[in-house]
Design a binder for this molecule. Structure first.
Ligand code: DOR
Ligand code: ZN
Ligand code: ZN
Length: 450
């Protein structure tokens, strides 16, 4: 493996929340130097000298050395998406590990958590190791395969939680649904606590869904479609927080969509409980009023786009630092499956290749939060929750890095996606922030071709 010198960029520090000009030296898979203010040839020569390199080592005469002239670009720690669906094994007509990893790299991600609702679901050590091995062999992003809490995700008995933990698993989740048997869920939470592994909770009271396909409200009435009330999410969010309080399990609430979920998070945090929460771009950018027609299933996901009041509350909670994480819930489906409108299509939209630009445009450019705060939510905080030594640009750390042109404004074009999925409501949206390079373990996993 060679060396890479990233010259003259803006470096985001997720600890001090400052942005400093400088250069970064990568040797093999490791960050060898973070040279603040080293911009001119003289400054950079002096800095490189401290690491036994010369600037001329990067003038093209050594093949294994590469220089990236990053003037005007911004360097952030590799992005981490705590919530994606890669559909592998068994549902690979929607997505597979190759396309999922390529989409992640294209989106600036160096680590993703892949949910276990595959076919069969990932519920034991062998299945966990199979996906992990195949994903590592592709090597474009770290796929942390999440393990189901119940066998076959049937909600009847516990999965091989211990076996998966021993095999190196970082999180449990029953995503796609909740474990509705509260006694069983309580046992799963106790088990997760004893293994010191967090639970990523999809909050949905199955009995209360009543066939709903979109948010309950004026729009569902206009479309004459069954609606999903906020209580469907809130009841389980409260249940899970209360069980985390008693069991001490680290609980992470997935894709919070309601005002009340945000309020529950505030209460849980005020009580000092080990509870964190995530929010997805579609929920803080769109609301049910934005759904153009009951035929357009690119606006159909679970939980659904909520009311304007909910969306405003989510934005306020992001501003106040209530949400720790921005995730995508990247949920690819085939065009054929998504062609059947709100009543006939599956829930879910893709997100990996639009998440950074949408979040930067709607949260940072709009003035709601600073860039370092955004990168905390898209890298530093997920790393902390998952127990990963990632999320900071620091000497000695693994070189997972993302280089972004924040000034580049463009229209989202789903045809550019590397994912198999094209199901997004954000086609034609004008956004700022283009991923130029993604570097995963010191190797360039994505490079924007000029
Ligand atoms: O929209 C969603 N899609 N929500 C889920 O909970 C599951 C996911 C999927 O697997 O397609
Ligand atoms: Zn979910
Ligand atoms: Zn999901």
């Amino acid at each position: 493996m060679g060396n890479i010198l990233i010259r003259n960029c803006d470096i985001v520090d997720t600890v001090t929340e400052k942005v400093n000009k400088g250069s970064v030296l990568i040797c093999g898979d490791t960050i060898k130097g973070v040279f603040e203010n080293a911009v001119s040839d003289d400054e950079l020569s002096a800095a490189l000298n401290t690491r036994a390199f010369k600037l001329s080592d990067f003038d093209g005469h050594i093949d294994s050395n590469k220089v990236i002239d990053a003037a005007g670009l911004t360097l952030v720690p590799g992005l981490i998406d705590m919530h994606v669906h890669f559909r592998d094994p068994g549902l690979t007509e929607k997505e597979d590990l190759e396309h999922g990893e390529a989409a992640a790299a294209h989106g600036g991600f160096t680590t993703v958590c892949a949910m276990p609702n595959t076919k069969p679901p990932i519920d034991d050590a062998d299945k966990f190791l199979d996906v992990t091995k195949r994903a590592d062999a592709i090597g474009l992003t770290k796929v942390l395969q999440v393990g189901a809490m119940t066998a076959g995700m049937q909600g009847e008995k516990l999965s091989d939680m211990e076996g998966m933990a021993k095999a190196g698993l970082k999180a449990f989740s029953e995503d796609g649904k909740s474990v509705m048997d509260t006694t069983l869920f309580y046992s799963a939470m106790e088990k997760a606590a004893s293994l010191n592994i967090p639970v990523l909770s999809h909050c949905e009271d199955k009995a209360l869904v009543r066939g709903g396909v979109m948010n309950y409200g004026a729009k569902s009435k206009e479309f004459k479609l069954p609606g999903i009330t906020n209580s469907v999410e809130n009841i389980i969010a409260y249940r899970d927080i209360d069980i985390a309080r008693e069991t001490g399990t680290r609980l992470h609430l997935c894709h919070c969509s309601t005002k009340e979920s945000a309020e529950l998070l505030i209460i849980a945090k005020d009580m000092g409980l080990p509870v964190t929460g995530e929010v997805c771009p579609h929920h803080f950018i769109l609301c049910d009023d934005d759904i153009p027609s009951a035929d357009d299933a690119n606006y159909k996901m679970n939980p659904p786009l909520r009311s304007k009041t909910d969306r405003t509350a989510l934005l306020e909670a992001i501003k106040e630092g209530i949400f720790d994480v921005i995730s995508t819930d990247h949920a690819p489906h085939t065009a054929e499956e998504k062609s059947k409108g709100f009543s006939g299509s599956p829930f879910g939209i893709v997100g990996l290749e639009t998440s950074f630009a949408l979040s930067y445009t709607y949260l940072v450019k709009s003035g709601l939060i600073t860039l370092p705060k955004l990168i905390q939510k898209m890298s530093f905080n997920p790393a902390k929750i998952l127990g990963l030594d990632r999320g900071e640009i620091r000497e000695g750390k693994i070189a997972d890095l993302t280089l972004i042109d924040l000034n580049k404004t463009y229209k989202i074009n789903p045809d550019d996606f590397k994912s198999k999925g094209r199901n997004t409501p954000f086609g034609e949206y004008e956004v700022s922030g283009e991923i130029e390079y993604t570097i995963y373990g010191g190797k360039i996993s994505y490079e924007m071709l000029q």
